[in-house]
Write a protein that binds this ligand. Structure first.
Ligand SMILES: Nc1ncnc2c1ncn2[C@@H]1O[C@H](COP(=O)(O)OP(=O)(O)O)[C@@H](O)[C@H]1O
Ligand SMILES: [Mg+2]
Length: 246
């Protein structure tokens, strides 16, 4: 197998179909892809092209109909449902379009609460949550509830929650589609920054073209196959400032 060194996610000949009634729809039609740490990989494509399906397969949320997924050295196909849950808990962070925050928890609690399911000691959970909120520029809003936060702030809380456990793999599905331009850019910059400063493998799927400016690599998916795969070199990327800056 021609595996580029350092890939954290290796997808091989991935196929996925969905059956509904008598109709079988083939969504992914042989996707082979290596995804690397320290960069933000953006997967773009028209609505319905299979982006979310591919992300779910790469993260072990969904099994392929055929093909193999290897993530951080583990063949996900060899893991049973319980071990897959453990794998995701240990290594994966998720960010979705809808924020998925609890109405009754403060920003700090949203971030600290899930850490009890990771191996983070009780005494350090609040510190970790504070650090993560500070990293997304929300240190001053730690005590606020979702109702008191803007859409952009809510999404940044969701990002803080995803990074607090310091996952090696961070998956984002349409993270900016509910956001206005400025907030979309903030979230895009953060994802880029997380890949570079935290050495994470960031995989983002979106039809939002604004994200391209912050991606290191852009993969286009069309009709269930990869139609282009471009690595972008942007010297200014290293100079992207912290979103926390005023
Ligand atoms: N659980 C499912 N059951 C049946 N069809 C599905 C399911 N998930 C996705 N699909 C279908 O697969 C296609 C690709 O979906 P998706 O991966 O969500 O696309 P994208 O994220 O690019 O918009 C769509 O036609 C969608 O209706
Ligand atoms: Mg989708």
């Amino acid at each position: 197998m021609n595996t580029r060194a350092g890939a954290t996610i290796e997808l091989r000949d991935i196929e996925r179909s969905f059956v509904s009634g008598l109709i079988t729809t083939r969504v992914l039609n042989g996707v082979t892809l290596d995804i690397h740490p320290n960069e933000m990989t953006l997967i773009v494509g028209p609505s319905g092209s299979g982006k979310s399906t591919l992300l779910a397969i790469a993260s072990g949320l969904l099994r392929p109909s055929a093909g193999r997924v290897r993530a951080i050295g583990k063949n996900l196909g060899d893991l049973d449902a319980g071990d897959l849950d453990k794998f995701r808990l240990a290594h994966c962070g998720f960010i979705f379009q809808g924020f998925n925050l609890f109405a009754s928890l403060t920003a700090l609690e949203q971030v600290a609460y899930p850490l009890q399911f990771s191996k983070v000691a009780h005494e350090t959970r609040k510190d970790r949550a504070h650090e993560a909120l500070a990293a997304v520029g929300l240190a001053a809003k730690a005590a606020l509830y979702p109702l008191e936060l803007s859409g952009g702030e809510k999404q940044r809380v969701a990002i803080a929650r995803a990074i607090a456990k310091e996952p090696r793999l961070l998956f984002a599905d349409e993270p900016t589609s509910a956001l206005d331009k400025d907030n979309g850019v903030k979230v895009a910059r953060l994802l880029h920054e997380i890949a570079h400063a935290r050495h994470a493998t960031v995989v983002c799927v979106s039809h939002d073209q604004r994200l391209i400016d912050y991606a290191d690599r852009v993969i286009q998916i069309e009709d269930g196959v990869i139609s282009s795969d471009e690595r972008l070199s942007r010297p200014n990327h290293g100079a992207l400032g912290a979103v926390a800056a005023p």
